[in-house]
Design a protein around this ligand. Structure first.
Ligand code: FES
Length: 222
């Protein structure tokens, strides 16, 4: 699948072509695509006048870079000794079942990557699972599904309170209505202004709150 090279060009224009700009430039490319696509690295080499081999070397040298497609959300489970003996494997199995991928793989929709690590340095809290940088200690396998799905959705929207979105009504009840945004495709509760709506209706909503811990997303009619 090709990438939008114009996005790479914009990042290059922002950073310029000086030697020290290469790492922040590649970090921004990765932030855009969630990994470093080959075409993007070729473009960086081409536009900044560097040998392609130099760009590849930097990308391979630093652990922060991934050359394999990664999801928009990272789910990391610790399998270090302390977490392993407290059930880390069960967390991995459950996350793999929920996401339908094996450790090291990314879901087909490029939403999630599941990975394991050897120790996160907080062994007393094990077993540990991390979703998009938020640590969940003493994690139980039974909580994985809720954390992974709903928390990731709430995280995705957490900085966008007050923004408006187009949505489709997915469930209507007396005390509230469920809506799914067109983009990003996440579901939440329409707390205000849901009267008269039916499943399948298109509606403009405003994000009023997110609760990453509990995975709640609330909207009001815009
Ligand atoms: S073993 Fe998991 S944090 Fe150390």
């Amino acid at each position: 699948m090709g990438i939008e090279l114009s996005k790479v060009d914009a990042i290059i224009a922002r950073h310029g072509s000086e030697g020290r700009a290469l790492i922040p430039l590649l970090l921004d490319v990765q932030r855009e695509f969630y990994y470093l696509p080959e075409e993007a690295m070729e473009r960086v080499a081409d536009k900044t006048g560097r040998p392609a081999i130099q760009v590849y070397q930097v990308a391979r040298f630093y652990k922060a870079f991934s050359l394999k497609p990664r999801g928009q959300h990272m789910v990391t489970v610790c399998l270090g000794t302390a977490c392993h003996v407290r059930g880390g494997e069960r967390l991995v199995d459950q996350a793999a079942r929920v996401l339908k991928v094996r450790p090291g793989e990314t879901t087909q929709d490029r939403q999630f990557t599941l990975e394991t690590v050897n120790c996160l340095g907080c062994c007393a809290l094990g077993p540990i699972m991390v979703v998009d940088g938020t640590y969940y200690g003493k994690m139980a396998a039974s909580k994985v599904e809720r954390r992974v799905g709903k928390s990731a959705a709430a995280l995705l929207l957490s900085g966008r309170i007050g923004e408006s979105f187009d949505a489709i009504v997915t469930g209507a009840a007396d005390k509230g209505t469920w809506v799914r945004l067109i983009l990003p495709p996440v579901e939440g509760r329409l707390e205000r202004g849901f009267q008269g709506l039916d499943v399948g209706d298109r509606v403009r909503v405003k994000l009023i709150s997110t609760d990453v811990e509990r995975g709640f997303i609330d909207f009001a009619r815009d």
